[in-house]
Write a protein that binds this ligand. Structure first.
Ligand code: ATP
Length: 238
């Protein structure tokens, strides 16, 4: 059984209809990448799952339970955590305090020390304030804050956005470690190389609709799709 299933999902911002009958099925412990151009509806898909889009229709099942009508808190309590685009951390709190705060909010959190094992970079920066971290370090801290809450399903919105290539490589290694820890990951990406490297399954959406789904291995050979629906060879991908 899939851990997460979307069927006939539509989403709207006011009068603007942005997702059209979206279908997805995500298997437990898979790493799934949602690809598509700017404005394709990737972030909105994650927001539909977490219940934070203003209006949505259709069915979203999580472990066989229809979560479409649950509150944002109810969905979060089921174990679905989103790391939004733009690294939302507390700038004046230290690294440790940022993780502690997330830890306190969770019913069954992971150990804080485990986060420092996974993210050695953060271990060296425990007392530094969020605002003094580099973009890559802030991204790691965002992921650590989500992970310490012990999610079953981790949603990552463009984790590599704005990061220098060498930092993207660090993040890839760390996320590789994360996904070995019984977590299912659904991430949006525009960095195709990163997505193909880390992901197992991929979905491509365009203008809010499904256009392709399959294994990352199959996608590697589909230059037609990469050309048509994704910006390949962008600055971040090199
Ligand atoms: P990007 O890679 O640029 O973040 P995306 O694939 O994540 O793009 P979304 O952010 O989901 O795309 O946007 C899908 C569509 O919805 C776009 O046309 C966008 O302009 C529109 N949209 C997104 N957020 C809002 C909002 N808060 N109000 C109105 N329209 C929005």
């Amino acid at each position: 059984m899939s851990i997460l299933e979307l069927s006939g999902v539509n989403a709207y911002y006011g009068n603007s209809h942005v997702l059209f009958d979206l279908e997805m099925a995500i298997e437990e412990n898979d790493v799934v990448t949602l690809l598509g151009r700017n404005g394709a509806g990737k972030t909105t898909t994650l927001r539909a799952i977490t219940g934070t889009v203003p209006r949505r229709e259709g069915h979203i099942e999580y472990r066989g339970e229809d979560i479409s009508d649950l509150s944002v808190e109810g969905i979060s309590q089921r174990g679905i955590k989103l790391v939004p685009e733009g690294r939302r951390i507390f700038p004046t709190l230290t690294v440790t305090e940022n993780i502690q705060l997330a830890h306190e909010l969770a019913a069954e959190p992971r150990e804080i020390e485990e986060m420092f094992d996974i993210f050695p970079v953060l271990d060296e920066l425990r007392k530094n304030r969020g605002q003094n971290l580099s973009g890559g370090e802030q991204q790691m801290l965002s992921v650590a804050r989500a992970l310490v809450q012990n999610p079953d399903l981790l949603l990552l919105d463009e984790p590599t956005e704005g990061l220098a290539p060498v930092i993207v490589e660090d993040l890839r290694e760390v996320l590789g470690d994360v996904v070995e820890r019984d977590v299912t990951v659904l991430m949006t990406e525009q960095n195709v190389d990163f997505a193909l490297d880390l992901g197992e399954q991929a979905y491509i959406i365009d203008k809010g609709s499904n256009v392709w789904e399959g294994s990352v291995d199959d996608l590697q050979d589909r230059e037609d799709l990469l050309d048509e629906y994704l910006s390949v060879g962008g600055a971040e991908a090199e």
